[in-house]
Design a protein around this ligand. Structure first.
Ligand SMILES: [Zn+2]
Length: 89
């Protein structure tokens, strides 16, 4: 997560917007070709619908397990807030 313009946003979505311009809120997902959800490399990000993202997951053999009902403890997770200037309007 990072914040700009007074709002906290997902880092990969913000990176995509910095490179390609604003995305209509909630209209499309910013998906990862590298399958690393923490990655913000703009060359690994593509814009797609939830159906396209799910199809990409199935094509790569991911998402075949049922979702966990109880999240595991994330002991090693580090959250870092980064502030960058707002996009020009
Ligand atoms: Zn990546």
């Amino acid at each position: 997560m990072l914040s700009y313009g007074g709002k906290t946003r997902r880092a990969h979505r913000t990176m995509y917007e910095l490179m390609h311009g604003r995305i209509r809120p909630n209209a499309l997902h910013v998906c990862h070709s590298c399958d690393n959800r923490k990655c913000v490399n703009p060359n690994h990000l593509w814009l797609g619908t939830i159906q396209e993202n799910l199809a990409d997951m199935r094509r790569k053999g991911r998402g075949t397990k049922p979702p966990r009902t109880k999240p595991k403890a994330r002991r090693n997770q580090v959250q870092t807030a980064v502030s960058i200037p707002a996009l020009p309007r």
